[in-house]
Design a protein around this ligand. Structure first.
Ligand code: LMR
Length: 403
C-alpha cells in the first residue's frame, strides 16, 4: 500500500496541551498552555469592537470575491500605520508595504520562503530560546538556523551574551528579533539594549526580521512599537511580521501581515512582486473576513478608540495577574524566587520551573503549561490565584535550588 511506510510524528506540544486540558475533568484545572487571553470568566472573549465591526460587515459587505495577492489594500495601509506609526516617513515615501497573511505564522512562513528563494545562502539567527515554530519554519524552508543566547540557565536575560554572539554573525545574515513580549520568556530588551542591537545589525549589514505578535500587550500599542519604529527609521531594509490574533482576539480568523521596508519605492515593488508570487503558491489569496474586521476598526476613529481601550484593558489585566501571582506566592516564601514574573512583559512567563515540576503540576494539580516552564499568565483565573500559588509551592517544596 502507498502509506505503509509512513510513521507518526508527535503532535504539536503547545496545541496538544489544549486537548489534554479539555479532557481533564478536574473543575479546578488551570490552562496556562497555549497563548490565548482569558477574561475573568475564563473565556477568550470576542472584543466588543470586533463584534460591532462584524455587524457592519454583515450589513454592508456586498461580495466575497477573491481579494488580491497582497490582500485588502485598506487593511494593508492601516496595519502598516498601526505598526510603523501614522506619521511614518516610510509610508509617505512609499517605502513600506504590507502583504496580508493567514496570521503571524503565515507572515513568518512567507518570510522564510522569501529568504530561501530571493536571498539564497543567508542563515537565520534565532534567540535561544524562542517560539518552537520559529525553529521549524525556517529549517523546513531549507535555511540554516543558528542561535544567539537570550536567557541563561539562571533564567535571566543575558544581553551581554546576546550582543557578543550577534557581533560574530556572518555579514548579511538574517536576525529574528521579538519586538516585545518575548515568546516564550517574557523578558524584553530595554531601549538601550535595542540601540546596541541596532548598532551591530548596521555594522554587520544584517537583515532584521522583527516578529511583532503582541502589539499592545506589553506596555501599550504605541510603546510596544518603539523598537520596530526605531529599526524602520534607522535602517534601509527591515522585515516585520505582524499578528492580529491577540490584540484583536481574532485567533481563528487568521489575520496577519508581512510588512516590508525597502530603500525606495521601486525596490519595494520588486520585493512585493516576489512575495505575491510566493503567496500565490502557498495560499493563493489570503482569507478576508478577519482582515476586513481589522480594516473596519482601524478605519473608523470611534471604533478604533473603543478597540484601543479594550486592548489596554487586556494589557492591564495581564499586568495585574503578574503582580497578583507574585503576591499569592509570598506566603509560601516564594515571592523573591518568582519576582521575575512581575517584571516580564506580555502573555508569557518563563517561570524557571523545571520540566519535572511542570509534569507534577499537571499530574497532581491539573495545571497545564509548556514543559519548558513557560506559563501563559493571560490564562490565569484571577479568582483562584491562591490555589495556583499553593500548587506551585507544592512542586517547589522538595527542590530547594533557586532558579
Ligand atoms: C503560543 O506560543 O502559545 C502562541 O503563539 C500560539 C501558537 O500558535 O503556538
Amino acid at each position: 500500500m502507498h502509506f505503509d511506510a509512513i510513521g507518526r510524528v508527535p503532535g504539536d506540544p503547545i496545541l496538544g496541551l489544549m486537548d489534554l486540558y479539555a479532557q481533564d475533568a478536574n473543575p479546578n484545572k488551570f490552562d496556562l498552555g497555549v497563548g490565548v487571553y482569558k477574561d475573568d470568566q475564563g473565556l477568550t472573549p470576542i472584543p466588543p469592537s470586533v463584534k460591532r465591526a462584524e455587524q457592519r460587515l454583515v450589513e454592508r459587505q456586498t461580495t466575497k470575491t477573491y481579494i488580491g495577492g497582497h490582500g485588502d489594500a485598506a487593511f494593508g495601509r492601516l496595519i502598516s500605520e498601526l505598526v510603523l506609526g501614522a506619521e511614518s516617513a516610510l509610508l509617505r515615501e512609499h517605502r513600506a508595504g504590507a502583504t496580508q497573511t493567514p496570521g503571524g505564522t503565515g507572515a513568518l512562513r512567507l518570510s522564510a520562503d522569501f529568504i530561501a528563494h530571493s536571498l539564497p545562502g543567508r542563515g537565520v539567527w534565532l534567540s535561544n530560546p524562542t517560539w518552537p515554530i520559529h525553529e521549524s519554519i525556517f529549517a523546513k524552508a531549507g535555511i540554516k538556523v543558528s542561535h544567539y543566547p537570550y536567557v541563561g540557565a539562571d533564567n535571566r536575560l543575558d544581553v551581554g551574551a546576546m550582543l557578543a554572539t550577534l557581533s560574530t554573525v556572518p555579514e548579511r545574515d538574517v536576525v529574528l528579533l521579538h519586538a516585545c513580549c518575548h515568546n516564550p520568556t517574557g523578558f524584553d530588551l530595554s531601549q538601550e539594549d535595542w540601540r546596541q542591537v541596532l548598532q551591530i545589525v548596521r555594522e554587520r549589514h544584517l537583515l532584521p526580521l522583527i516578529d511583532f505578535a503582541y502589539q499592545g500587550f506589553g506596555d501599550g500599542l504605541e510603546q510596544d512599537a518603539w523598537a520596530v519604529r526605531l529599526f524602520a527609521a534607522e535602517l534601509p531594509e527591515v522585515l516585520i511580521t505582524s499578528s492580529c490574533s491577540k490584540n484583536f482576539g481574532l485567533y481563528s480568523d487568521r489575520v496577519g501581515a508581512l510588512i516590508v521596508c525597502a530603500a525606495n519605492a521601486e525596490k519595494l515593488t520588486d520585493v512585493r512582486s516576489q512575495l505575491a508570487n510566493i503567496a500565490r503558491n502557498l495560499w493563493s489569496t489570503p482569507p478576508d473576513h478577519g482582515a476586513a474586521v481589522v480594516a473596519t476598526i482601524l478605519g473608523d476613529a470611534e471604533l478604533k478608540a473603543q478597540w484601543s481601550g479594550e486592548v489596554e484593558a487586556m494589557r492591564a489585566r495581564i499586568a495585574q495577574l503578574r503582580s497578583g501571582l507574585v503576591e499569592a506566592l509570598a506566603p509560601h516564601g516564594l515571592a523573591e524566587r518568582f519576582a521575575h514574573i512581575g517584571a516580564q512583559r506580555g502573555m508569557f512567563s518563563y517561570t524557571g520551573l523545571s520540566a519535572e515540576q511542570v509534569k507534577q503540576l499537571r499530574a497532581k494539580h491539573s495545571v497545564y503549561m509548556v514543559s519548558s516552564g513557560r506559563a501563559n499568565v493571560a490564562g490565569i483565573d484571577a479568582r483562584r490565584l491562591t490555589l495556583l500559588a499553593q500548587a506551585i509551592a507544592d512542586v517547589c517544596r522538595d527542590r530547594k535550588s533557586v532558579v
